[in-house]
Every structure is written in C-alpha cells, then in structure tokens.
Write a protein that binds this ligand. Structure first.
Ligand code: NAD
Length: 338
C-alpha cells in the first residue's frame, strides 16, 4: 500500500479526499490542526490522524511516504485580508517548507492545490492558460503564487512537484463550506427563496465539483511523474467557465418555486476564465456541471437538515475560535473554568 500524506485533511476538500483515497487502497496520514473537528474524518484502518500544525512538521514525518497532497491553508480571500501574517506563514512559507522536507525525505510527488484566482482579473475576451501572466489581487492569491513559484523550483529527477489550479469548488462535504459560491447560492435558494450575487455579477469565475477536484488529485498520484513533474494544470472542464450571473441562472433553474436574485457588496474585481486544454491532454475529463452539483446539494441539505452556522463560514469560525480562546485563557485557573 502506498502511503500518502494529506495536510488540511479535516477541511472541506480534505475530508472527502481522505474518504475517496482510503477506498482506493492507500494508507493515509491525515494531518491537520482540526480546527473544524476531527469527527469530520471517516474512521478506517488505513487512515491515521495526526493533529499537528504544518509549520511544525519535521523530516521524520515524511519518511517512506510516496506522495504529499498539501491542502492545509487559510482557504479564502477574506480570511487572508484579515489574518495577513498567518496567511503568508501557512499558505506560502509552511507549504514551501513541507515541499522541501518531502524532497529531502525522498517523497516522490508533491501536489499543491492552488487556485485559478491567481489570474486575478483578465480582459474580457481572453482565456488564461497556465502560461498566462498571473495578477494576484489578494493576500490569499499572492501567497498561493509565491508558493507555486518556489515549490516548482524544487523539481529534480527524483522529486515531482505539481500545481493544480482549481476553480471555486462546490459540492457536499462533511466539513461543509457555505462561503463558496455554488454551495451558498444553492443554500439560499433552497432555504430562503433567494440568490445573493456579489456585485455586479458579470465577473467570470470557473467552478469545479469537489469529486472532480479529488479525481484530478488522484490522477496526479497515479500518472507517471515524467508527464507532470514541474507542471501547472488548470483543473476543470468546458462547462465550468461561467459568469456569476450565469451561475445564478443555472442554479435558479433547478427550483420549481419563485427565486429572487439580489445584489450585494462592492464590485468584485476578480474575473477570469481559464483554459482546461492542458489537463484534458492527460485524459482528464470532469464529470459534473454546477447544475448537477446544485441538485445534489439540495438533496444533502434536506437529508442532513443543514442549517447555516458560523462553522460553515471559514472566517467566522476562525474569528470565533480566537474570541473564545481569549475568553477562556482569561477565565481559567489551572486550565479549569469551574
Ligand atoms: N475550496 C475551494 O474552492 C478551493 C479552490 C481553490 C483552491 N483551494 C485550496 O484547497 C485547499 C483546501 O481548501 P478547503 O476548501 O478544503 O479549505 P478548508 O478551510 O476547509 O480546509 C483547510 C484545512 O487546513 C487546516 N489548517 C489550516 N491551517 C493549518 C495549519 N497551520 N496546520 C495544519 N492544518 C491547518 C484547517 O484546519 C482545515 O481543516 C486550500 O489550500 C485552498 O486554498 C480551495
């Protein structure tokens, strides 16, 4: 059984990736701070949990490991604008360190799930392929871009780093995120008969089903390293390039009831469509479109009786943890409250 480290294993993509790969007969070392709770991870014999911070990992963690999928990060733009130092420390410096340790320990493959948001804003009639000049507009995408640049330079005969630039991911996960556009629009339409659109809706945003994101990672594990080493791939398929207005229309169309669309916030400057030709040339094809994902989400929202809470909104959850950490430290004596 090949051993694989997944960092950020307790996160939105992580806990579904752990489930998927554990069924493919790998041994999984699931590393995470578990900010969202360890119970989100499937319990199986071939999954070992390691509660740690990626900033603290040592070379011994990477011995006899075949591949690392490095998901741990502060995972969106608004968190990166608020927790600036931590975003650069974790998303850039720690991930670069993880890649260096992996290389030193003899790990064969290192997979970095990066983001199409690194393209920032591109002109209307253009579609970014992987060589397109990056224009990261936020701390989150700047940290991603810095990590990509440094990590790709580690490529050697025996060490294969590969970058997957994902669109905004959607679909159900045990650690559900309702701060992702398709998940949120579908939730609001289902529960509140409305779809919120960050102004002005013309911004273009590729999306990606969580299973398709996971399948791309699995493909990188299976494929011969010479085909991918030192390469960047945009992950998605043709149906994944939609504007936010188009996305809202698609999601609205799956409901039989009346849905109101409303606009909020400041104009979103991030806008990009990307080309998926390169990953297609490896034989990769997406299975899902946003409409399929929205239908699946509605079923799961009903079945699991999902109610929006701070835990589903990444930044709110980190703010809560900080708030209570401070309160508890002040109130506790000898680590006890009462
Ligand atoms: N979800 C998307 O739409 C999307 C799109 C493109 C790229 N990505 C990237 O994929 C990765 C996973 O995203 P996600 O949506 O699952 O996010 P998430 O926030 O749900 O998961 C991130 C996980 O990392 C853990 N973590 C954070 N800091 C850590 C640290 N210092 N040490 C150990 N663990 C730590 C958290 O506890 C969490 O479980 C991130 O790198 C993100 O930038 C996600």
């Amino acid at each position: 059984m090949k051993k694989i480290i997944i960092t950020g294993a307790g996160g939105y993509i992580g806990c579904e990736l752990v489930k998927y790969l554990s069924k493919k007969k790998y041994e999984i070392i699931a590393i995470d701070r578990y900010f969202f709770g360890e119970e989100k991870i499937l319990k199986r014999k071939n999954i070992k949990l390691l509660k740690d911070d990626i900033r603290n990992l040592k070379i011994k963690n990477f011995k006899k490991i075949y591949a690392v999928i490095d998901l741990a990060a502060l995972s969106n733009d608004i968190t990166g604008e608020k927790y600036v130092r931590q975003t650069f420390d974790i998303n850039f410096k720690a991930r670069y360190k993880v890649a260096q340790l992996a290389k030193k320990a003899g790990v064969e493959k290192y997979i970095l799930p990066s983001s199409c948001s690194n393209y920032g804003r591109i002109s209307k009639n253009q579609i970014a392929d992987e060589k397109y000049k990056l224009n990261p507009l936020t701390n989150y995408s700047k940290a991603n871009t810095m990590a990509e640049n440094k990590i790709l330079k580690l490529k050697s005969k025996n060490f294969c780093p590969v970058i997957l630039r994902q669109g905004t991911v959607y679909g159900f996960s045990n650690r559900l995120r309702l701060d992702l556009v398709v998940n949120r629009m579908t939730y609001e339409a289902f529960k509140n008969n409305r779809i919120p659109i960050l102004k002005d809706g013309s911004q273009r945003r590729p999306t990606l089903h969580i299973i398709d994101a996971i399948r791309a990672m699995h493909m990188m594990i299976k494929i011969h390293k010479d085909k991918i080493s030192g390469e960047i791939f945009n992950v998605g398929g043709d149906g994944n390039n939609l504007s936010i207005n188009q996305l809202a229309k698609e999601i609205k169309s799956i409901f039989k009831k009346k849905i109101k669309i409303f606009y909020y916030g400041e104009k979103d400057l991030r806008s990009y469509f990307v080309s998926f030709k390169k990953i297609k040339s490896l034989g990769y094809k997406t299975l899902y479109k946003p409409k399929d994902g929205a239908k699946q989400l509605v079923k799961m929202y009903k079945k699991k009786k999902i109610i929006m809470s701070d835990e589903n909104i990444t930044l709110k959850w980190y703010d809560n943890l900080n708030y209570w950490n401070d309160k508890i430290r002040k109130a506790a004596i000898n680590n006890k409250i009462l």
